[in-house]
Design a protein around this ligand. Structure first.
Ligand code: SF4
Ligand code: SF4
Length: 225
């Protein structure tokens, strides 16, 4: 937890002769606010922060900032404004937490890792054996701990090319062809803080995805004699 002493801020205000003003606060913690708690002495803001990219996904961590204040009414009024701003911000947050329909820039930019559990799910979904899925759709690269078996292939050898399971022919119309069975990496990929979004796409548009991905090979079903 990090603490900002607002009393120091008040001193700063005195030094400049300016009234305490919310804009002087570091508003970073309120960008992804989850919870605000106010006690007599503290305002605690709990928020999510995108820290690093981990296995192609943004890792969202919970953090807390604690604002300390005293009875200064001017300061409390300033804090109230900050809280109002954060609540307002929360109402526009859905812009950041949902992808515009049909955007799939991330399905070209990254290679999602595939765990053993993902492989089983994908094989089941595609009606193939795990060995066949590995051969056709996974670049084999087992992790040292045995958790991952590799990553999803691209349509060509170019790592910037589209994921082999990406369907649709243009931005705004893309969709995942194995959506229900997609790897955990794809499930966890967060649009919060996404730098790759196709900004030209309207978030209000809708489209119906087409046919699901159809594998080249299907597991041969045994027939009883
Ligand atoms: S599996 Fe689906 S969601 Fe994951 S990268 Fe490929 S197309 Fe995108
Ligand atoms: S907004 Fe970002 S996370 Fe969402 S589909 Fe587009 S590139 Fe992927």
């Amino acid at each position: 937890m990090e603490t900002i002493d607002l009393i120091a801020l008040r001193k700063f205000s005195k030094a400049t002769g300016q009234p305490t003003h919310p804009e002087m606060l570091d508003a970073r913690p309120i960008e992804h606010v989850n919870k605000i708690e106010i006690t007599e002495e503290f305002i605690t803001i709990e928020f999510n922060e995108v820290t690093t990219r981990y296995y192609n996904a943004n890792e969202i961590t919970k953090r807390e900032w604690e604002y300390k204040y005293n009875d200064d009414p001017e300061l409390v009024a300033a804090i109230a404004k900050v809280i109002d701003l954060s609540r307002k911000h929360l109402t526009v947050l859905p812009e950041n937490v949902s992808c515009p329909p049909g955007c799939a820039e991330c399905c070209s930019g990254y290679e999602p890792f595939v765990s053993t559990g993902d492989l089983t799910r994908m094989a089941e979904h595609l009606g193939m054996t795990e060995r066949e899925v590995m051969k056709e759709y996974i670049v084999e690269r087992p992790s040292a701990d045995g958790y991952h078996v590799g990553w999803v292939r691209k349509v060509t050898d170019d790592v910037n090319d589209k994921c082999v399971f990406l369907m649709g022919s243009r931005s705004g119309r893309y969709y995942c062809g194995i959506y229900n069975a997609r790897p955990g990496d794809c499930r966890d990929f967060s649009p919060i803080g996404c730098q790759d979004v196709d900004e030209d796409l309207p978030r209000t548009s809708m489209f119906t995805p087409g046919a699901a991905f159809s594998p080249k090979k299907r597991r041969k079903t045994r027939t009883k004699l």
